[in-house]
Design a protein around this ligand. Structure first.
Ligand SMILES: *Cc1c(COP(=O)(O)O)cnc(C)c1O
Length: 458
């Protein structure tokens, strides 16, 4: 008999979580103005809002905290992080930042100016936010297959090279500071980018003399998919694949809260000393001195250890296959989810789940509220709220996909929790025809509104 799949760790410390009553949840979500970000975490039983900074550190990572060097300049913790980045990712220079968006802020302060165009694959919301904040424009060049949620394609994060070349041809060279590749592609469903595609994007970038920036939050999950799905890499280690992936790129921005399995932290990896010098100025201004950049020494230690653990096959197999397990359960109940499963999350296709609701009633957000009421499970909307308004016309943007993302924290929940989540969703699915109305906006911020939005039932 084939041995069943089992987690590659055992549990040393536990954190109790509390179930609540449906009546309580109805009241709490109303008080939260139907914004899942406004809920107290103690009101949530299983929290799938994000996999960002919510992972469980290992015993080795906790040990590293004790060894942190909190010197302002030149701390040993800085060098630990520097060595890990050089060895595992291959970048000569780096700047620590307090999280991923801070890395974007520092880097884009050097590279992006008003009127610029930044092509890429479904830019992440903070990335797009930092581009648009500088009055530049993000152009999505993801392959068309990514937008068909039922289509099975091994690398739905890939960049369409024709779309990319069209952009590179269309605009004057000085308007395009770089190409950005997000691995895995969060906004299109945690979908990976193939090594082949990275290679081809790199070749095209060279032809047009452009830098390639990787938004690398989930680079290790991307490497796992390459190993599993791209024949030539079947027998390579994750660490070999990771080094090759980054070899096709010039700069990386990292949210360490994802694949480095720490609760807070980020960095920029660079090869060019001149860029490092320019970025250092902004790092000092926004983040802190270049050898800590908004991070504690102990956190840099845990991050260095996390980069090593996060690029081990056994860990990644546990991680990615748990997400796939949840996806499979959902499909067994007939629930429309994006296929194939992403590396860090299952995305429920809200338009297919609740076809009776018009898009103006924020379908995925409505589904998120219903799932919370049903089981105390908190997901997050990846749809019209997140897409925000057009910065020029101020019209609501309605993206092709209305998704409810169920992001799985790393090493936190067991497969029993996955069963509970799927059953909660199945119960909502069973009563889907009774959900006749969605939500309307009461109050919203001018940019990245989804975090603080206030809504009401229609
Ligand atoms: C999380 C994330 C970011 C931003 O990182 P923070 O640490 O949340 O600031 C950027 N890009 C991608 C793809 C991400 O997933």
């Amino acid at each position: 008999m084939n041995l069943p799949f089992a987690e590659s760790y055992k549990i040393k410390m536990v954190e109790p979580i509390r179930k609540s009553q449906r009546k309580e949840r109805e009241q709490w979500i109303k008080e939260a103005k139907y914004n899942l970000f406004n809920l107290k975490s103690e009101y949530v039983f299983i929290d799938l809002l994000t996999d960002s900074g919510t992972g469980a550190m290992s015993d080795k990572q906790w040990s590293e905290l004790m060894l942190g060097d909190e010197s302002y300049a030149g701390a040993s913790s800085y060098y630990k992080m520097k060595n890990a980045i050089k060895k595992i990712l291959g970048f000569e220079y780096f700047l620590p930042t307090h999280q991923g968006r801070a890395a974007e802020n520092v880097l884009f302060s050097v590279l992006v100016k008003e009127g610029d165009i930044v092509p890429g694959n479904s830019h992440f919301d903070t990335t797009k936010g930092h581009i648009e904040f500088r009055k530049a424009k993000a152009v999505d060049c993801t392959i068309d297959e990514a937008f068909d949620t039922t289509l099975i394609h091994p690398f739905k994060g890939n960049i369409d090279l024709n779309k990319l070349e069209d952009v590179l041809k269309k605009y004057p060279a000085e308007k395009i500071p770089f190409i950005i590749v997000t691995i895995t592609c969060n906004s299109s469903g945690g979908q990976p980018v193939s090594m082949q595609n990275l290679k081809e994007v790199s070749a095209l970038a060279k032809k047009y003399n452009k830098l390639v920036v990787v938004d690398s939050a989930r680079f290790a999950e991307n490497a796992y998919f390459i190993k599993k799905r791209e024949k030539a890499y079947k027998n390579k280690t994750i660490k070999e694949i990771v080094l090759e992936m980054f070899s096709y790129t010039d700069i990386m921005t990292m949210s360490s809260k994802k694949d480095a399995i720490v609760n807070m932290g980020g960095f920029i990896g660079m090869r060019d000393h001149d860029l490092f010098n320019k970025a250092s100025v902004f790092n000092i201004m926004f983040e802190g001195f270049i050898t800590y950049g908004g991070m504690s020494g102990r956190d840099m230690n845990a991050l260095a250890q996390g980069l090593d653990e996060g690029t081990e096959f056994d860990y990644l197999e546990t991680r990615v296959e748990q997400v796939a397990y949840l996806g499979k359960k959902c499909l067994e109940y007939g629930i429309p989810v994006l296929e194939p499963a992403g590396g860090h999350a299952i995305f429920v296709d809200a338009k297919r789940f609740l076809p009776q609701l018009p898009k103006e009633q924020f379908v995925a957000q409505t589904l998120g509220v219903e799932l919370y009421i049903e089981g105390g499970v908190r997901g997050v909307e990846i749809g019209a709220l997140l897409a925000d308004r057009d910065p020029i016309t101020r019209e609501n943007r309605f993206p092709e996909l209305e998704l409810l993302r169920l992001a799985i924290p790393r090493r936190v929940y067991t497969n029993n929790h996955m069963d509970y989540i799927a059953a909660s969703l199945a119960n909502v699915y069973e009563r889907r025809n009774d959900i006749k109305k969605g939500l309307k906006i009461l109050v919203e911020a001018p940019i990245m509104r989804h975090f603080t939005i206030e809504m009401d039932r229609i």
